[in-house]
Write a protein that binds this ligand. Structure first.
Ligand SMILES: [Zn+2]
Length: 237
């Protein structure tokens, strides 16, 4: 029995988080198990958190778990090297993780080879820490162009941008961040936030409660795409 449970846990870590509900449900705490959500039938919203893992990330994971909400984290390779355990935990809780480059630099100003390096090193670091190789990529600052998209495609990555940005890093105020998220929320939306901003993490219990009250299902980006993506070389949303 013990051996099987461990095997299931190991399989969960190496499989895509959205595609391993059975193993995850068997080995993870009940709160993190989420019945498959069909976003064609219900109102879905994808919350995304960039720039971690950081010191606030464990608190955010706890809040999401309590609310039964799933999210997508775009991880910076350098930060994953500092906190590999948090990256692993994020994935194990059923959230989606993506590549946000190794050093969080603006890509269009770089040479082809340098762009490739930023993306590929982050892939390697994230895979080493979590056992999972991302299929999604978000360019730092949203700075992108044809070259960046092509280079991401060469690394088998889809590009994921957003439909609404909270500018939480400049607001730095829980009440204002909450107000902005609620204003930006719409069906099938992708909201950009940062788990490195303490006020965002502080605002999250209230935000989740209000969004759920409004009937939103909080899902990962792959769930939002309803099995039709993410596809390498495609830019979403
Ligand atoms: Zn960023």
């Amino acid at each position: 029995m013990v051996t099987h449970a461990l095997l299931a846990a190991a399989l969960t870590l190496t499989a895509a988080p959205a595609a391993a509900p059975a193993a995850a449900a068997a080995s993870a705490p009940a709160a993190s198990a989420q019945a498959p959500v069909d976003c064609a039938r219900v109102k879905c919203l994808a919350l995304t958190f960039d720039d971690g893992p950081g010191p606030q990330t464990p608190a955010l994971l706890k809040t999401l778990r309590k609310a039964g909400a799933k999210a997508t984290f775009f991880l910076v390779g350098k930060k994953v090297e500092q906190r590999p355990r948090i990256a692993r935990q994020t994935l194990a809780q059923g959230h989606a993780i993506g590549n946000h480059t190794y050093s969080h630099t603006s890509l269009p100003r770089l040479l082809d080879e340098e762009i490739s390096q930023e993306i590929r090193v982050a892939q390697t670091v994230i895979e080493k820490a979590t056992g999972y190789r991302p299929t999604m990529f978000r360019p730092p600052y949203g700075h992108t162009d044809e070259r960046v998209l092509r280079t991401a495609d060469e690394a088998n990555l889809a590009q994921v941008l957003w439909s609404g940005t909270t500018l939480d890093w400049s607001l730095q105020d829980a009440a204002k961040i909450k107000k902005t998220v609620l204003k930006l929320a719409r069906r099938d939306g992708v909201i950009l936030m940062h788990d490195t901003v303490p006020a965002t993490v502080k605002a999250m219990p209230d935000i989740l409660m209000e969004l759920k009250k409004q009937g939103y299902h909080l899902v990962t980006v792959p769930t939002l795409l309803r099995g039709k993506g993410p596809k390498s070389g495609v830019s979403y949303p």
